[in-house]
Write a protein of this length. Structure first.
Lengths: 782, 210
């Protein structure tokens, strides 16, 4: 674009630009999905698995797991928990957001399970019974049946005996009970699962949500229900866990931060502008440039990515601090130029280009979250820049700066000038060396997914307690097993049991679960069918003839039932349809990339290393460890981002060399380089480490630092107004990022802290280096 | 939460409801459930029993004999000795079962949790002499003469009636006879005789510590 165009056509171009953006905005607004604000932090992350298969498997598993909630009602021993639990169940059901309660099972569902096992009684044997039958034949089974028959408590089992004289269906069900009891403390009292502790009772409810935990309505209604319950029963402690509670908390804190940070820096900008220019016109124009920047950024990001993440918006709120640079420089210049644009045009073009170079480097990281932020910041800056260049000249401004304000700046500037000595500048070069050393030696273990989400200690504590007591399967670590067909899968899945049992014995995990526990392989079922058939002989069953349970007729019926059910294997789809299968469907992932895939879930993991070892020994077994994978990923992106920054730095230097001599170019780059060094040193001293998010902050420190250097490099004369622009810009940036460091989300906090120290350093250095630049350019003192 | 565990737990019988209410200690000898409870509590120790089950689908009755040891502090040991040895041990909140080789076997249960719970709690309340507890599910009628008392229990509600329609308990210082009638016409008759044999008593008592 040209600076020479007269103001009206330029304003027209600006208007067309805004209308185009608005059109894009409206197109998305009116689309079927509307605006999509994403709050799932996993969607910010790139795929962690090299193998897309493992990635898909994790996505499926976590999708089901995320919908799970567990609630614990902790009551005194003498409190009647039944009505309490019932009222909570009713309230949750009324939200119509609960798919089902896993802890509650209706009588008809119990019936369905019993019927399923009975239907396949000639094909199902538990391991203990199988061994017993191989070694001792039918006798111990007949004895047990007789004992039950004579027991005063035989109940309805008696009626089962003619059709199942060895009580195989009953035994199969019974064995699963003892194998799968979470702990001996658990009891079922009136359909409720109760853990009886010495000083209290804990009622556990587990439910599956209908929709994603990142659905805003689900978040609001579910937490509202639990909060209401907790506040209306102050004598009862309600423990909650599940992705929905974390997501709600994180979304709420992110939202409040957007408003505090946004509003905070807005107020700062307004006050500064009114004081510095003694006019409201610059204020309105600056706000317009900001609004356009954010509007453009939001629209483009949403268009490119199909949604915008709430964290992008948080970072975007801080864009305020950068985008105002152009407006400030314009109005500082307007104090003594009636047409300021030509005087600053080159400086802000160079500033924009160098910032965009930085963000392009950031965009190259294969990390959706970073890409969103890069696009947001780059397009936002372009929007703000175009507004300054095209719209600002439309009006004439009468601006002046209060003398008191200027004299403070002048004092600061003259103090800075005293430090403008070559040796001071050279001695500062020790900072990057120190920063590099600290970077290499600092704690490297701070790249954790928890950094991305504000999670109160209370929630983490409740989760630990609930998963421990209920032995809930771990959501981020599990084994994955795949085979060509589901049949092959069931054939192989049991082969790890010996090793897994050993891990349970060694207390590496408290329990594990897989499909093989529920659906034996075809060959196993066939072998069991043959084994059972051998036992159902007249002589074996004689004792039951003696007591009259069996007679010629019932025996013939039994044999016919056995023969006709030969191929009636228990099959996976049938089991998945059953009430148990529905509740455990997460164990089965179906076909992924043409392979049958299933999960071995693990509870209360104590030693991840041993689990990884097991997977290494077995080529078909994958150990998925999402938390560690993400941490590794963060580490590699932190390293990648650092290299990208150095690369960007070099690219900017080359760009500058096209226009300035080597010495000036070096001085322009030096300020952000030193500021980054100080930021690194301070952040490591305060937090003990330097993580990915601090590294990202360096990109902004660089962008802003370069801007300041360019303002000086482009100056035609020595002028205090450049220092005014730098001061205003630094102060607003300071305000917005100062607030970011207050964020509860650790990632944003780290980001803010690095920005704070980085920008402060840039601000202090820029008059020193600016004077050096003047000196090199041979500009005289004003 | 591991749903399967929950499901099977619901299938699993809970025997946790055997808490016996303590009867008042200084009650007069009279014809009341309280006093009968008191008497049974004081005297019950080792009994021999003969059980006759008359079951509709079986042409002849199932007859078995064995021993019953009731201890106020420890619980109940029910041992069938003929025709097949088998032992059930009921303690405050647990039920254990042993086969003829005295190996532990899993407790009897069936798919209808509520039904099983009603039957066991009823049965155990009777053995423990806790007649007051029975009044939750049954309306009781007590007839006393000089040597004996007889309690007629009639199921109060449908859940119970589907399983047991009525129970007759006859006794003096002990429970002497017990008859369950089920809705389908099956009956179980138990006849108790006090039995003094320290060796048997000791042998049965050992089951409490297994």
């Amino acid at each position: 674009m040209s600076v020479k165009l007269s103001t009206k056509p330029k304003a027209l171009i600006w208007l067309i630009f805004i209308l185009l953006t608005a059109g894009l905005f409206y197109k998305q607004l009116s689309s079927s999905t509307g605006f999509n604000i994403e709050t799932n932090i996993l969607n910010l992350l790139p795929d962690t698995e090299a193998d897309p298969f493992a990635e898909e498997a994790f996505a499926q598993f976590s999708d089901k797991n995320f919908k799970q909630i567990i609630l614990g009602i902790k009551t005194n021993k003498d409190t009647d928990f039944q009505p309490l639990a019932q009222s909570l169940i009713t309230q949750l059901e009324q939200t119509q957001l609960i798919d089902r309660f896993n802890t509650q099972i209706t009588e008809s569902e119990q019936q369905a399970i019993a019927e399923l096992v009975f239907e396949h009684r000639f094909h199902l044997l538990n391991e203990v019974d199988r061994k017993l039958m191989y070694s001792a034949g039918a006798e111990p089974f007949i004895d047990d049946s007789l004992q039950i028959l004579y027991s005063p408590l035989s109940g309805q089992l008696l009626n089962l005996m003619p059709e199942d004289p060895l009580l195989l269906s009953y035994r199969y069900l019974q064995n699963s009970v003892s194998q799968n009891q979470p702990s001996s403390q658990a009891q079922i009292v009136d359909d409720l699962m109760v853990f009886s502790q010495p000083d209290h009772n804990l009622v556990i409810l587990s439910a599956l949500l209908k929709r994603s935990p990142f659905d805003t309505e689900t978040q609001d209604r579910i937490t509202e229900t639990t909060n209401n319950f907790a506040s209306s029963h102050p004598d009862v402690e309600l423990l909650t866990t599940g992705a929905v509670f974390y997501a709600k908390y994180a979304a709420a804190s992110a939202k409040s931060e957007i408003s505090t940070i946004g509003v905070g820096s807005l107020i700062g900008v307004i006050l500064l502008l009114i004081i510095a220019f003694r006019s409201v016109a610059p204020l309105f124009m600056t706000l317009t440039s900001l609004a356009v920047g954010i509007f453009v950024a939001f629209t483009v990001v949403h268009y490119v990515f199909g949604s915008i993440h709430i964290l992008t918006l948080v970072f975007g709120a801080s864009l305020l601090g950068v985008a105002v640079d152009y407006a400030f420089h314009y109005f500082s210049s307007a104090i003594h130029h009636s047409k300021p644009l030509p005087h600053i045009f080159m400086a802000i073009v160079m500033g924009l280009i160098s910032s965009v170079i930085g963000y392009t480097a950031l965009y190259m990281a294969p990390f959706p979250g970073l890409q969103q932020m890069a696009v947001f910041c780059a397009t936002g800056l372009v929007g703000a820049f175009l507004t300054v260049v095209l719209l600002f000249d439309t009006f004439r401004y009468k601006v002046s700066t209060p003398l008191a304000f200027l004299s403070v700046l002048k004092k600061h500037h003259s103090v800075s000038q005293k430090l403008t000595h070559r040796y001071v500048v050279v001695s500062l070069l020790v900072l990057p060396i120190l920063a590099g050393y600290l970077l290499l030696t600092a704690d490297q273990n701070n790249d954790n997914i928890r950094q991305l989400q504000a999670a109160p200690a209370e929630l983490i504590e409740q989760e630990a307690m609930l998963t421990q007591i209920t032995a809930a399967p771990a959501t981020n670590q599990f084994f994955l097993l795949r085979a060509n067909t589901s049949e092959q899968l069931l054939d192989t899945i049991n082969q790890f049991d010996t090793q897994l049992d050993q891990l349970v014995t060694d207390n590496v995990i408290s329990s594990y679960s897989h499909l093989g526990h529920f659906v034996p392989s075809r060959s196993q079922q066939e072998a069991d069918y043959q084994l059972i058939g051998q036992q159902l002989t007249l002589s074996n069953l004689q004792p039951l003839f003696d007591v009259g349970i069996l007679n010629q007729q019932t025996f013939a019926d039994l044999n016919r039932a056995y023969r006709t059910s030969h191929t009636n294997y228990l099959q996976l789809p049938e089991w998945l349809q059953s009430p148990i299968g529905q509740r455990l469907s997460y164990l089965w992932l179906g076909n992924i990339e043409g392979k049958a895939t299933s999960i071995i879930s693990l509870s209360n993991i104590k030693n991840i290393h041993l689990l990884e070892q097991l997977a290494e020994q077995n080529p078909n077994l994958y150990f998925i460890n999402k938390v560690d994978k993400i941490s590794q990923l963060f580490t590699s992106y932190r390293e990648l981002a650092t290299y990208m920054l150095l690369l960007a730095c070099l690219a900017i230097l080359i760009l500058l060399l096209l226009k300035y001599n080597l010495l000036i170019a070096c001085h322009v780059v030096l300020a952000p380089l030193l500021a980054a060094s100080v930021a690194i040193i301070m952040t490591i001293l305060v937090t003990g480490s330097f993580n990915l998010f601090s590294t990202l902050a360096l990109f902004l420190v660089f962008g802003i630092g370069i801007d300041y250097g360019l303002f000086y490099a482009e100056a035609k004369t020595r002028s205090i107004y450049i220092h005014l622009a730098v001061t205003l810009s630094a102060t607003t940036t300071f305000l917005s990022f100062g607030l970011l460091s207050l964020s509860e989300t650790p990632a944003i906090h780290a980001f803010g802290l690095t920005m704070l120290t980085g920008i402060l350093t840039v601000f202090l250095l820029s008059p020193i280096l600016g004077s050096r630049i003047y000196h090199i350019k041979g500009l005289n003192h004003a | 939460m591991h749903p399967y565990k929950l499901i099977l737990l619901t299938l699993f019988l809970s025997f946790a409801f055997l808490a016996t209410s303590k009867a008042s200690a200084n009650c007069e000898q009279s014809c009341s459930l309280k006093s009968v409870t008191e008497q049974v509590r004081e005297h019950a120790l080792l009994n021999q029993f003969k059980q006759t089950k008359r079951i509709a689908i079986l042409s002849k009755p199932l007859v078995s004999t064995g021993y019953l040891l009731v201890s106020d502090e420890l619980g109940v040991v029910w041992q069938t000795s003929q025709p097949l040895k088998g032992t059930i041990v009921i303690e405050n909140d647990s039920l254990k079962q042993f086969n003829k080789h005295d190996q532990a076997v899993s407790a009897p249960a069936n798919s209808n949790q509520q039904a099983s719970q009603l039957i066991t709690s009823t049965f155990l309340a009777i053995l423990a002499g806790d007649f007051e507890q029975l009044e939750r599910n049954f309306s009781a009628e007590l007839i006393c003469d000089e040597t004996q008392w007889q309690i007629q229990l009639q199921a109060k509600h449908d859940d119970m009636r589907r399983l047991l329609t009525d129970i007759t308990i006859i006794g003096n210082s002990n429970i002497q006879q017990l008859i369950f009638s089920e809705a389908n016409g099956d009956t179980t008759e138990l006849v108790f005789t006090p039995f003094e044999d320290p060796a048997t008593e000791e042998a049965l008592g050992l089951y409490f510590v297994r």
